[in-house]
Design a protein. Structure first.
Length: 318
């Protein structure tokens, strides 16, 4: 490790400890277990806004704010991504290589109310035969609008099996068609219903300095965020018509001066923003003043925060 990387890692240690402590709090039951939380010290220039070696007072205050910013637990964020997902990459042990190497396929899926992914699989698909030989696999689900490594994704590791019970299969069909209403082909004779009943772990990468994992029990104890399902139209409206208000809220609540800011994610606890500062574009967290669990509450808290930030920008204080 270089001297710069070592110094960066040491500087990150206090914030990492806080992040681990916050992430380890279970979303529901006290038995939820966090497997890992591993933000890394990236090798960036010392004057970068995301550098742990930047000693600019505004940047130091920004790092302190972000370390304590309210965000979903790892379990809840994993459950939310899976609940929102429609397509994913399933990695099975490919029979064409003796079952010794993973083989990836794009599959449609829907999550049931417990967070178990459901699949309609054709006997003609290679992954269906792979799973019949060895049901152990992984499923990688990306966030809506995923474009690259800075966007959120979760990988579930577990076992997929065919649903044998007709009543259970009927429920799986209903759940799948609710997510894929045009999937008429699920009733073709070569399709059968499968589900990932056993999840041994979920690994989340939520963007810069947001990575971790939970075991299967913690995953099932988590719950989908109630706001995420209607976040896109809210974000689109704010980004199109109120971008200056997002910049003002970033300055007032986060303490960071930016040239541009847009909402890239929204949940009951706050917003994920993509901001531009000094030619750099990166993501930050802007928590709500109070949690919001429905559309009206989200509107109310965002209007209130917008007004407060605008008043502060005009020199009127809080």
């Amino acid at each position: 490790m270089s001297a710069a990387s070592l110094a960066s890692a040491r500087a990150l240690a206090p914030g990492l400890a806080r992040l681990r402590a916050a992430a380890s709090r279970p979303s529901r039951a006290s038995s939820a277990r966090l497997l890992c939380a591993t933000p890394r010290a990236h090798d960036v220039g010392e004057d970068s806004a995301i550098s742990e070696m930047n000693v600019d007072p505004e940047i130091e205050a920004f790092r302190e704010h972000q370390a304590g910013a309210a965000k979903l637990s790892f379990a809840d964020e994993c459950r939310t991504l899976v609940d929102l997902g429609r397509y994913a990459v399933i990695s099975t042990f490919g029979r064409e290589h003796g079952g010794a190497y993973p083989s990836g396929s794009i599959v449609g899926f829907a999550a049931d109310d417990r967070g178990r992914p459901i699949f309609a699989m054709s006997s003609m698909s290679g992954h269906t035969g792979d799973l019949a030989a060895n049901g152990n696999c992984s499923l990688t689900v990306t966030a809506p609008g995923f474009t690259g490594a800075a966007d959120a994704r979760v990988t579930l590791t577990g076992t997929v099996t065919k649903i044998a019970d007709p009543v259970d299969a009927k429920g799986a069909r209903e759940a799948y068609l609710a997510k894929h209403p045009d999937a008429f082909w699920v009733d073709f004779g070569d399709f059968t219903w499968h589900r990932m009943d056993a999840v041994v772990g979920a690994r989340l990468v939520g963007g810069f300095a947001r990575a971790g994992g939970v075991d299967g029990d913690a995953y099932f104890e988590g719950s989908p965020d109630p706001v995420a399902a209607f976040a896109t139209p809210i974000a689109s409206h704010m980004n199109a018509d109120h971008r200056d208000s997002i910049v003002a809220m970033t300055k007032h609540y986060v303490g960071l001066t930016v040239e541009d800011a847009g909402i890239v994610g929204l949940d009951a606890l706050g917003m994920n923003l993509q901001v531009t500062r000094g030619g750099e574009t990166f993501k930050i967290r802007l928590p709500f003043e109070t949690p919001a669990r429905d559309r009206k509450a989200v509107k109310d808290v965002m209007v209130a925060m917008t007004k407060t930030a605008a008043k502060a920008a005009a020199g009127g204080g809080e």
